[in-house]
Design a protein around this ligand. Structure first.
Ligand SMILES: [Zn+2]
Length: 302
């Protein structure tokens, strides 16, 4: 054989090997481990579970579990259980709210550094801060929630190509519903623009933001009974001075302080749904928004 032909063959073989290696590597990066052919998705808490449930509906070879108990509510100061760690250990994808809601994320990653984390808060820009602290309850603004759906969908599509089409279709359907909901909600509640309210639950900050309300939020870690007597007095003074007519709490909140404030000031208590707990119905978020719309619009003065 001519030595040039030999060289030619050797070079061709080398090129072929490189091409094969590149292809293999691309495949590896495009697919999460899936050793058993199943994509294991773990969501950190309830609102993330409802989103993932909508996007993955009908997808093949997908296992979706929620890390925390669905009724645990917010994850501030949450301590991971052995059970939680086990779920994360076996996960291919971990869907989080982000913005510090999951402050255990580093510890969680120690048990599984291969897990792909999907942060739902990416590109959410209207973040509210209380001093140094970021308010992570972005989903009570429907616009933010839609962005969270988009971010999670993008993450799922990138990691699980096999189900990309179904994820896209489900996302489009869900976002269409949410856009319609938002339109109706904003139309029905536009009379709340510039309306003053005191919220004893920080989750409603973003609700107030979306409705353009003048909301004063008291940080209570979702437990209004933790307010000091001094704080209570300050709120009462403020409500009297500014003629504030609305006190907003979550329907799962204690209500004791809200009642004391209402008794002193004549302001009305609105028990809303912050979407932190609930049933696993795919339309749970939509139902929660509708519930809030009813309560906020219920005694609308004509
Ligand atoms: Zn919270």
């Amino acid at each position: 054989m001519n030595k040039y032909v030999k060289y030619g063959i050797t070079i061709a073989v080398i090129i072929l090997i490189i091409v094969l290696l590149v292809i293999l590597n691309i495949n590896k990066n495009n697919n999460t481990q899936k050793e058993d052919g199943v994509t294991k998705i773990v969501t950190s808490f309830y609102p993330m579970y409802i989103i993932a449930e909508n996007i993955t509906d009908g997808a093949q070879n997908v296992e979706l579990v929620n890390m925390a108990d669905v009724n645990v509510g917010c994850l501030h100061d949450y301590t991971l259980t052995t059970e939680d760690m086990k779920k994360i250990e076996n996960a291919d994808l971990f869907i989080i709210n982000g913005l510090g809601m999951e402050n255990f994320i580093e510890k969680a990653m120690e048990s599984n550094d291969k897990v792909t984390v999907i942060d739902s808060s990416t590109k959410v820009s209207n973040i509210i801060k209380h001093g140094e602290e970021t308010n992570a309850h972005i989903w009570t603004n429907i616009d933010n929630y839609i962005l969270q759906v988009k971010n999670i969908s993008e993450g799922l599509i990138n990691s699980d190509k096999q189900n990309a089409e179904i994820y896209k279709t489900n996302t489009d359907t869900y976002i269409k519903k949410l856009e319609e909901l938002k339109e109706e909600y904003l139309e029905n509640l536009k009379f709340l623009k510039d309306k003053k309210a005191v919220s004893l639950n920080e989750a409603f900050d973003y609700l107030g933001q979306e409705l353009d309300m003048e909301m004063t939020t008291i940080e209570t870690d979702h437990e209004e009974s933790t307010m000091s007597a001094e704080m209570l007095k300050n709120i009462i003074d403020k409500i009297k001075q500014e003629n504030i007519e609305m006190i907003i709490i979550d329907k799962n909140d204690n209500e004791l302080n809200a009642k004391a404030i209402a008794d002193e000031t004549g302001a009305k208590i609105y028990k809303l749904n912050s979407g932190l707990k609930g049933n696993l119905d795919k339309d749970a978020y939509i139902n929660q928004v509708n519930e809030n719309m009813q309560i906020l619009g219920g005694d609308r003065a004509n």
